[in-house]
Design a binder for this molecule. Structure first.
Ligand code: GLN
Length: 187
């Protein structure tokens, strides 16, 4: 069974752990860089990307994660953290060749649920102060999900990033299955 690490700094860590069990993988909570040892993939949960980024710097996660070479799934703030830039000073992993518009839906739509398409399947996506992809900086970036014209899911190499919270919707397992099938099992 594959071991999927869940960065345990901030966010819905337990909900991600439950989802990982649903796809028959073993969740491992990552609190220190030493916990990264032995995992087959990593999930970076949502939360507040500036806070998570600063803590990642102080715990020494930035370079360690950059050098992991395993599949990574970033959700919401996790997507922000994987990007190259947000137009704001904040620590980022810079592993995805995109810029991000943080809180792209503005205060009017702070939080909402909407059915969207992810890799050819319908999923009820929960958006919470969600980001969108701004500029795509490399042809290696592939769009896997859109909300109307807005890009809310991408992949590049062995990294997948989505704007929404799959751990919070009943059918969110679809996103984890997609990650497992297209990234983790492809290693
Ligand atoms: N708005 C948050 C940020 O930019 C992300 C929100 C979330 O992860 N739900 O960091």
């Amino acid at each position: 069974m594959k071991i999927i690490g869940i960065l345990g700094i901030q966010g819905d860590i337990e909900e991600h752990e439950d989802a990982v069990k649903k796809i028959n993988c073993i969740p491992k909570r990552i609190r220190t860089v030493d916990d990264l040892e032995g995992i087959d993939a990593l999930i970076i949960p949502g939360g507040e990307s500036t806070t998570i980024g600063k803590l990642m710097v102080s715990y020494g996660f930035i370079d360690k994660i950059r050098n992991l070479k395993i599949p990574i799934l970033g959700t919401c703030a996790g997507m922000v953290l994987l990007s190259k830039g947000t137009g704001k000073e904040q620590p980022l992993l810079e592993m995805l060749n995109v810029t991000i518009k943080r809180n792209a839906y503005g205060s009017q739509k702070d939080s909402f649920e909407k059915e969207i398409d992810l890799g050819g399947k319908k999923i009820n996506a929960v958006f919470i102060r969600a980001p969108q992809v701004g500029e795509i900086l490399s042809k290696d970036v592939e769009i896997i999900s859109k909300d109307d014209e807005n890009i809310v899911g991408i992949k590049e190499g062995n990294i997948m990033a989505i704007s929404f919270h799959p751990e919070l919707s009943d059918d969110g397992v679809i996103a984890y299955e997609y990650f497992l099938k297209n990234f983790v099992e492809k290693r």
